[in-house]
Design a binder for this molecule. Structure first.
Ligand SMILES: Cc1cc2ncn([C@H]3O[C@H](COP(=O)(O)O)[C@@H](O)[C@H]3O)c2cc1C
Ligand SMILES: O=C(O)c1cccnc1
Length: 339
């Protein structure tokens, strides 16, 4: 493992006053640690969007109907979603994977789409387990295979994004389950829930977490599967595999971080590969990041998902990599420090 002192010594040897890039130097240290090398790369990179539907939407947990998941998939495939725009602005190739959307399957989709559907949306976590462990494992494998695919093609940095109306409800359940946060503090407005919807969502999350919690120690995968989503399980497998293979994982918001909590629980050490792109406006996100030992790069009140916050933070990592890789050493220009 490359240690902090080695990286700091490298930064201090560059042709600039010591510490003169402030916080960017801390980011450079973190980036180097995620790849365990003094010359980390941020290109090639890949964003994979995982999509799934959620049975609990029928119970009223979202401001939006489940059909909007499919509409947004169409928008992503047409290249017109926020994630497409931000990925293009950052030279980040994008893939979209259906892990568990409900309804008709797509035909004639472009090559950046993969149909890896494990189920037609989850069962409602308000009524029982959202999915079986075998389904959780299958979705995890889909995510792991996406990390392998990207890394085999050369990617050094991975972003996972998600699309799934209702998915801030399983994210709140998972955050409460895996960090011990009170369900009321884990529930937020998601894509725009009003006070009544938030109250209902909180009741549902509290009950689901109360059912899953006793199962956590004897059977962690069973407890997690009960309150999970297919796209969240896939992101967890993506993170665990990406970390195992030494890639940098740039996290998005609350939903992606719930998947990161699963990865760290089931594949301990995964968090060493993670950098938090931002802190989402969802109120439970700070606790989730703290549980992973991560400090967000940005705190801009973003609350979209789709990998958007990670993509907005990506240029900061490009800057950190450029600093580590492309700046001359002070001794090479013939100068010595005054101190
Ligand atoms: C048009 C639209 C585009 C989105 N893109 C991401 N989300 C985000 O909002 C949803 C989660 O919020 P909730 O749990 O409150 O339903 C997810 O689809 C997430 O990706 C969107 C939501 C909408 C409505
Ligand atoms: O932070 C997130 O991931 C988020 C917030 C609101 C809606 N969807 C996702």
């Amino acid at each position: 493992m490359i240690d902090q002192l080695t990286i700091r010594a490298h930064l201090d040897a560059l042709a600039k006053p010591r510490g003169s890039l402030g916080r960017l130097e801390d980011i450079a240290v973190r980036l180097a640690q995620t790849q365990d090398r003094i010359d980390p790369r941020t290109t090639p990179r890949q964003i994979v969007l995982f999509a799934g539907d959620h049975g609990c939407v029928a119970d009223g947990v979202s401001a939006w109907p489940a059909a909007v998941t499919g509409m947004m998939i169409g928008t992503i495939l047409a290249g017109r979603a926020t994630s497409n725009a931000l990925a293009a602005a950052n030279d980040c190739p994008l893939r979209l994977v259906d892990v568990g959307v409900a309804g008709a399957r797509l035909s004639d989709a472009p090559a950046f789409f993969r149909d890896a559907r494990v189920g037609d949306g989850t069962a409602s976590l308000a009524e029982g387990a959202a999915m079986r462990v075998a389904q959780f494992d299958a979705a995890w494998k889909v995510g792991a295979s996406e990390a392998d695919r990207a890394i085999d093609a050369g990617a050094a940095l991975l972003i996972a994004g998600e699309m799934g109306i209702g998915n801030t409800t399983p994210a709140a359940c998972l955050t409460a389950l895996l960090t011990g946060l009170d369900p009321a503090a884990a529930v937020g407005r998601g894509a725009g829930a009003d006070d009544d919807v938030v109250a209902l969502k909180t009741r549902i999350v509290r009950a689901a977490v109360a059912r899953a919690m006793p199962q956590l120690e004897p059977d962690a995968r069973g407890a997690i599967a009960a309150v999970c989503g297919y796209e969240i399980a896939a992101m967890a497998g993506f993170f665990a595999q990406g970390a195992a293979r030494g890639a940098t994982l740039l996290l998005d918001g609350y939903v992606a971080t719930a998947a990161a909590l699963i990865a760290e629980r089931l594949a301990p050490g995964s968090a060493r590969g993670m950098i938090a792109g931002h802190r989402s406006a969802e109120p439970g996100h700070a606790a989730a990041l703290a549980a992973l030992g991560l400090e967000p790069l940005l705190d801009w009140g973003m609350r979209l998902g789709e990998g958007s916050g990670a993509l907005v933070a990506l240029p900061l990592l490009d800057a950190a990599a450029a600093l580590l890789n492309d700046v001359a050493r002070l001794d090479a220009i013939g100068a010595t420090r005054p101190d």
